[in-house]
Unconditional design. Structure first.
Lengths: 266, 298
């Protein structure tokens, strides 16, 4: 009995270790960003905001930040719209080749980003969009759309199908039922999808690195800094971006949780 | 009462209606398909076409020439890098599955509901933090006189070389894949029938035997899928092998980026990319057959 107890305790210690490994880089990033030393070691140096002051004076960062915001907003709106349409189609209809249709919607995240980056570089150069924000936006929509589609599809599967049918029986057109039944019901998922796709776009560095040319986004700038000289400025930027992204994600989760139907999940 | 429940379940399980091409249906069905055909399928097809083009006087020239394929597949270094990347990917997938399983098992079977949800929340967090920044943190922490070596120094251990080698690369792969693999395993374990586990215990099966004979077979699909995702992510990752592994030795993604960025040879880089896609498809397909094969039912 006590042997089993020890085993259980050890296993829980193991679980904590795994989670420590997962959270460690996030936590250390924050610590290092407030640490004075360029090459942090133990014992830690003095508390300092110098890396934040450093990045505030970096002339490359404001345009990169602006690009990231523009791309993120545009991508989230378009990807969520396309994702919604695809999710509704999957929910409502069956047709020949539906498997292929779904594969189109869901496959992009399984292709390594460096490969997509190269494919996009070649293709977008060919159609003359290389080095523009449009190039980043187009590529990011391809990658973000599956997340929007999955979230909204999940919400639709919680919906009682007779609701929409009831609206038709009561004389609503399909468009009216869409506006008054489907849209209100999926609204939480739509909002969540907007936030999540924006967060995914904020973080995407590889494809943007290939197609952006001189229109760098923030993650591309971080990659360039990573490849260049070592400095905790990366951690400072990372901590700021992390705070923004987590705010978006927590907002999205809060919306989903608050709007969850009152009935018990089955 | 039972009639209503039956009616409701019929309504819920009703097959979706057949799509008839009318303006309403097409408005919803077409946009995603058009977008993905234009900006996902077309670029990938063009990538394949590009492998047959040639570079003449620093200019891309449309052609149907196998010279890029010969140049790449005929080179010894390509195959060295290819098999290294394959082995790294398999190693990472195996390692991460092993590391994750006890953790997922404890969370699925022993943790109270609230703790499990808190764990899921923690596991989702890394997806929304820059993987670049997390890798960079590891680099700072693990480097020659970084925090980990300084800590080990107090214990009179080390210093160890933990970056710019295979160890660094694997730490990067784990950073990338561990949260996803724990999540996927956790979800598949959550669907394992508790009655089966109980029955095994009642019949005198030890806890460890139950895990191997009951739990793992029942959750096979999820476990294999998780490992497959880990393979896909590691196989194609650029950040870990280059920035934590120091590109010594390189992997396919490092080779591909090199050929694009330094060599400016898109056709040859495309050959590498196509070989990567083919490999990923083959491995994923094999994994799916294994996962769903036999009498396997998730």
């Amino acid at each position: 009995m006590s042997l089993r107890r020890i085993g259980t305790v050890l296993l829980w210690c193991y679980v904590v270790t795994v989670f420590a490994f997962i959270m460690a880089p996030i936590a250390t990033s924050f610590i290092v960003s407030f640490n004075f030393d360029r090459f942090p070691t133990l014992p830690l140096g003095a508390f300092s905001l110098r890396w934040y002051q450093d990045i505030a004076q970096d002339p490359m960062l404001p345009p990169a930040f602006r690009n990231t915001i523009i791309v993120g907003f545009t991508v989230s709106v378009i990807a969520t719209t396309l994702g919604f349409a695809a999710a509704y189609t999957d929910y409502r209809y069956r047709f020949a080749g539906k498997q292929v249709y779904l594969a189109l919607a869901l496959l992009p995240p399984t292709i390594p980003v460096v490969i997509l980056g190269l494919a996009m570089l070649i293709f977008l150069t060919k159609i003359g969009l290389f080095g523009t924000l449009k190039a980043i936006i187009i590529s990011h929509i391809v990658v973000c759309l599956p997340f929007a589609m999955a979230l909204i599809r999940l919400r639709l599967s919680q919906m009682d199908q007779s609701l929409e049918a009831a609206a038709w029986n009561l004389g609503a057109t399909e468009w009216r039922a869409m506006r008054d039944v489907i849209l209100p019901f999926t609204l939480p998922a739509i909002l969540a999808a907007l936030f999540i796709t924006m967060a995914v776009s904020f973080d995407e560095y590889a494809i943007a690195w290939f197609v952006s040319g001189f229109q760098e986004t923030l993650p591309v700038r971080i990659l360039a800094m990573f490849q260049g000289q070592v400095s905790p400025r990366i951690n400072a930027i990372g901590s700021i971006v992390f705070t923004i992204t987590m705010t978006l994600v927590i907002l999205a989760q809060a919306i989903l949780l608050l709007r969850r139907p009152a009935r018990a999940p089955d | 009462m039972s009639l209503r429940t039956a009616a409701a379940s019929v309504a819920e399980n009703a097959a979706p209606a057949r799509l008839r091409p009318n303006p309403f249906a097409l408005t919803w069905a077409l946009p995603m398909a058009i977008w993905q055909l234009l900006f996902f399928v077309a670029p990938l097809c063009f990538l394949f076409v590009m492998t047959f083009w040639i570079v003449q006087n620093f200019r891309l020239t449309p052609a149907f020439d196998l010279q890029n394929w010969h140049a790449m597949l005929g080179a010894r270094y390509f195959w060295e890098i290819y098999f290294r990347t394959l082995i790294y990917g398999l190693l990472a997938a195996g390692l991460v599955s092993l590391i994750a399983f006890p953790c997922s098992y404890m969370l699925a079977f022993r943790a109270p509901f609230s703790l499990r949800w808190f764990a899921v929340f923690l596991l989702i967090t890394p997806f929304f933090t820059s993987y670049l920044v997390r890798s960079y943190s590891w680099k700072v922490v693990l480097t020659g006189n970084g925090i980990v070596n300084a800590g080990l120094g107090f214990l009179r251990l080390g210093p160890f070389d933990m970056v710019n080698n295979l160890f660094g690369t694997m730490v990067g792969y784990l950073t990338l894949t561990l949260p996803l693999v724990v999540l996927l395993q956790l979800f598949s374990l959550a669907y394992v029938d508790r009655n089966l586990v109980e029955a095994a215990h009642n019949l005198g099966c030890t806890a460890i035997k139950t895990v191997f004979l009951i739990v793992m077979p029942a959750a096979r699909v999820g476990i294999v899928l998780a490992a497959t995702f880990a393979f896909i992510l590691s196989f194609g990752d650029y950040v870990s092998p280059s920035l934590l592994g120091g590109s010594k030795p390189p992997t396919l993604s490092v080779l591909m980026v090199d050929v694009v960025k330094s060599g400016a040879n898109w056709p040859q880089a495309s050959v590498v990319a196509v070989m990567m896609i083919v490999t990923l498809l083959a491995v994923s397909f094999a994994a799916l057959i294994y996962a769903y094969g036999g009498k396997g039912r998730g």
